[in-house]
Design a protein around this ligand. Structure first.
Ligand code: GRF
Length: 187
């Protein structure tokens, strides 16, 4: 059985969706651990309610090589999935889990990526730029924010009357549909 660790900082709808997708064990993988850096994040109760071990760690703990490699190594983690995780990943994890850390970004990278481009900010920028389409990007994680090799993209139309909230809803729907399937293929 392959083991997935999800890192998340927010509401955790993607984390919950991925946990449920792999939950029956029939897909040969399971979510073994959720790591969260925000003690009040929704993802904590969502993942615990589904019986998944959930570690709430501070930024300095996440940057602690011995602690993190121990936590992930002891659980035999094969793939790290970032689903709305807002901290930079430390270099020792990128080295140790080379090509085994993936992120989802809620736009068509390289558009609307980089520092400060997360969550609602991305969708507000898409609406302000009068884009006719947006989407999701699943990519490997490198030392540079949002610049790792792209694995998968999916597109959705943006209409002239769409608000940032409308765009966010469309993008979330794409994320829920595709992210678990892409993870399953990678594994
Ligand atoms: C998603 O849109 C993801 O692409 C982004 O953060 C959001 C997380 O949403 N990086 P949720 O916490 O999974 O609901």
């Amino acid at each position: 059985m392959k083991k997935i660790a999800i890192f998340a900082s927010g509401s955790g709808s993607n984390a919950e969706n991925i946990i449920r997708y792999f939950r029956d064990g029939e897909r040969g993988a399971e979510v073994a651990l959720v790591v969260c850096n925000k003690p009040d994040a929704g993802v904590i109760s969502r993942s615990r309610a589904l019986g998944v071990e959930t570690a709430v760690l501070s930024r300095s703990q996440i940057n602690d090589r011995e602690l993190m490699l121990g936590l992930l190594g002891e659980r035999g983690v094969d793939l790290i999935v970032l689903a709305g995780f807002l901290l930079m990943i430390p270099g020792f994890l990128i080295e140790t889990y080379s090509d085994r850390i993936v992120n989802i970004h809620p736009s068509l990278l390289p558009k609307f990526g980089g520092k400060g481009m997360y969550g609602r900010h991305v969708h507000e920028a898409v609406v302000a730029a009068r884009e006719s389409e947006t989407g999701i990007t699943i990519h490997y994680v490198s030392e540079k924010c949002d610049e790792g090799r792209i694995i998968f993209q999916a597109v959705t139309a943006v209409s002239e009357t769409d608000t940032a909230a409308d765009v966010e809803a469309k993008v979330h729907a794409l994320e829920w549909k595709h992210f678990p399937e892409v993870i399953a293929e990678l594994l």
